[in-house]
Design a protein around this ligand. Structure first.
Ligand SMILES: CC(C)(COP(=O)(O)OP(=O)(O)OC[C@H]1O[C@@H](n2cnc3c(N)ncnc32)[C@H](O)[C@@H]1OP(=O)(O)O)[C@@H](O)C(=O)NCCC(=O)NCCS
Length: 220
């Protein structure tokens, strides 16, 4: 079978495509496994939210399938921030998770989440999802892709250093963080920390504001 242009790993039966309504129960199961800590306190997409994303911005909702099993997903919307690097929370920027604030005239693709099933991590699936997002940003001629990435392992270091110091050490490759290291590896730049971004016991609610500038963007 033809290899997907967004994927450079070893699976030759991998498909990246937009999510449809029939996928929703499988995406919920995926999230229970890949966001186990957040699922424990009810913070994964309910079915109705995923349905809302598909209705509002179908091209922005991606999943990865291997042998008809969904093993990764990424949800996005389009937004324009009032200023390029303004502080925001996950709740504000995603319309409380429903994407009702999605704007087809906006200049930025906003990554609301990304996850790979734990059994399939470190095989290039998250990278393939980001590549699909980069292609979409190019197709829609968006200026950039932005996100608030949860500072995943800060909970292990918070007794030793501030969140700023932690992020700085990850950027300098002195500490590896499963999420921020992954995002930097994918060509994103760390901009600054966002406080009280999302209720999350792992990051202590800190997120890293990250940005990828679209090299193909044409300013009209
Ligand atoms: C973050 C996440 C999506 C990465 O997905 P993935 O499919 O494992 O990522 P990839 O295989 O494409 O990783 C690409 C590179 O990123 C880096 N990376 C990814 N996961 C890493 C980890 N746990 N530790 C260190 N580096 C990591 C590596 O450099 C990796 O390349 P390598 O494996 O050749 O060394 C996945 O770990 C995940 O689902 N985490 C839980 C959910 C979550 O918190 N999501 C993010 C917030 S919304």
């Amino acid at each position: 079978m033809k290899q997907n242009p967004h994927y450079s790993g070893n699976y030759n039966n991998l498909v990246i495509r937009n999510i449809t309504e029939k996928d929703i129960p499988h995406i919920v199961n995926l999230q229970r496994a890949s966001f186990a800590d957040m699922a424990a306190y009810g913070m994964i997409w309910p079915k109705s939210f995923l349905k809302s994303h598909i209705r509002i911005f179908p091209e922005g909702q991606f999943c990865v399938e291997i042998d008809q099993r969904i093993v990764g997903s990424a949800s996005s919307l389009m937004v324009s921030l009032e200023t390029d690097y303004m502080d925001h929370t996950w709740y504000d920027v995603t319309g409380n998770g429903l994407f009702l604030n999605h704007d087809y005239n906006a200049d930025s693709l906003y990554c609301a989440d990304i996850s790979t099933h734990p059994e399939f991590q470190r095989k290039g699936i998250g990278t393939a999802l980001y590549n699909a997002r980069k292609s979409l940003a190019t197709k829609l001629n968006l200026r950039r892709i932005i996100a608030g990435g949860r500072l995943y392992n800060y909970c292990k270091y918070s007794h030793m250093m501030s969140a700023e110091e932690y992020a700085e050490k990850v950027v300098k490759k002195k500490i590896i963080d499963p999420v921020l290291t992954f995002q930097l590896k994918n060509g994103f730049r760390f901009i600054k920390l966002l406080n009280e971004y999302l209720y999350d016991v792992r990051s202590l609610n800190y997120a890293s504001f990250i940005e990828w500038l679209n090299p193909n963007y044409i300013h009209h």
